[in-house]
Design a protein around this ligand. Structure first.
Ligand SMILES: Cc1ncc(COP(=O)(O)O)c(C=O)c1O
Length: 353
């Protein structure tokens, strides 16, 4: 029998609470608006060819995800050599830390952002510099952190979901002594992205995911897009077969349905505008969003009570205990029906007070 105190656990791991993902309930009776999944399924055609692929499961998958990277390259307007495929974009974030940062060296990110950056950096034994955001959770100036080997910036940045100031990001890339990873998990839900930075700055990695805009969260497909020297180094660090056969084929197929997904993104944006207006009418203060979620603060109930009351009514949203955002809930954009259910539940809670 092992006693935990006797296990040779690295101190940085022992000291890290670990990433806390949003709940994935094991029953289907929830209106699930808590983890920014796409409410619309991918087109059924992407599953064609899957049966044949399943007959090959005794064979390892393509280690370098050739077809998937080719399809991604076409969509992102780069060449396949500029793309690393990941087991979700979380894999890319992990690989970036392990490629560019020695334990003890510095990783920088905003004081309010995707919390996995913190977990990955801590588990790696990196030092962390948190960059302050203002009271609107935005940057006041470029990130200047010469000691950082790696800077993570998400744009749009959770939990608010707005893009960061583009000029500040340009200056951040220009001034950085290390690598800047711009996490564009939500960029498809906006008109803006930073792919053009790749032509100007050779220290930039853009990460993308198929989890949100391509409705494939369950498949775990993401990308790092960067100059070939960066990709070559990161390629050595990734797991040798980091994407399974099914993920590769569904990801590749999904890229062939650009019109379908562009319609989905448009629909999500329409629903987002409707939700923001509806919440304002229900006495919430709501941030504008460039993502598939909104960040909102009810003015008539605490956010934590709202979260609990909604959960009782089988509607799941995300609540973070962090004191700076304890007055907010984050709500993923659902279908019209799901948003109607959410708004009904909110009205019901409001009228019961
Ligand atoms: C900013 C950001 N980056 C990356 C991810 C993870 O994406 P993936 O599913 O590709 O690992 C998330 C998921 O919530 C996110 O919010």
């Amino acid at each position: 029998m092992h006693f935990i105190s006797m296990l040779p656990v690295r101190e940085c791991v022992n000291q890290t609470p670990g990433y806390v993902p949003g709940e994935q309930p094991q029953t289907n009776d929830y209106t699930k608006l808590n983890t920014n999944e796409n409410p619309y399924p991918p087109p059924p055609e992407i599953f064609e060819g899957l049966q044949e692929e399943l007959t090959k499961v005794r064979l390892y998958p393509d280690p370098v995800s050739t077809q998937l990277r080719k399809a991604a390259a076409k969509v992102f307007g780069v060449s396949a050599e500029n793309i690393l495929a990941g087991n979700g974009s979380d894999d890319i974030l992990n690989i970036a830390v392990r490629t560019f940062v020695n334990p003890g060296e510095t990783v920088a990110f905003l004081d309010l952002t995707y919390s996995l950056y913190d977990t990955i950096a801590r588990v790696h034994g990196a030092s962390i510099v948190e960059i302050s955001t203002n009271d609107k959770f935005q940057l006041n100036q470029p990130i200047i952190c010469p000691e950082a080997q790696l800077i993570f910036v998400a744009s749009p940045n959770p939990p608010v979901g707005k893009h960061l100031n583009r000029d500040y990001l340009k200056e951040t890339c220009k001034q950085a002594m290390g690598v800047v990873l711009i996490d564009e998990a939500y960029a498809d839900f906006s008109d803006e992205n930073h792919l053009d930075f790749l032509d100007k700055y050779d220290n930039v990695i853009i990460s993308r995911t198929m989890s949100k805009s391509y409705s494939l969260a369950g498949m775990r497909v993401g990308f790092g897009i960067a100059s070939t020297p960066i990709i070559e180094q990161m390629n050595k660090v990734r797991d040798s077969y980091n994407l399974d056969r099914i993920a590769q084929i569904l990801g590749t197929n999904a890229f062939n349905f650009q019109d379908y997904f562009k319609n989905v993104w448009q629909k999500v944006r329409q629903t987002r505008s409707y939700l923001i207006e509806s919440l304002k009418k229900l006495d919430f203060s709501v941030f504008d969003s460039n993502s598939n979620f909104v960040f909102a603060s009810p003015q008539w109930i605490s956010a934590s009570d709202l979260y609990t009351q909604l959960k009782k009514r089988k509607v799941l949203v995300r609540y973070f205990k962090n004191p700076r955002i304890k007055d907010y809930v984050r709500i993923s954009i659902g279908t019209d029906q799901e948003i109607a259910r959410l708004l009904e539940a909110i009205k019901d809670i409001k009228s019961s007070l």
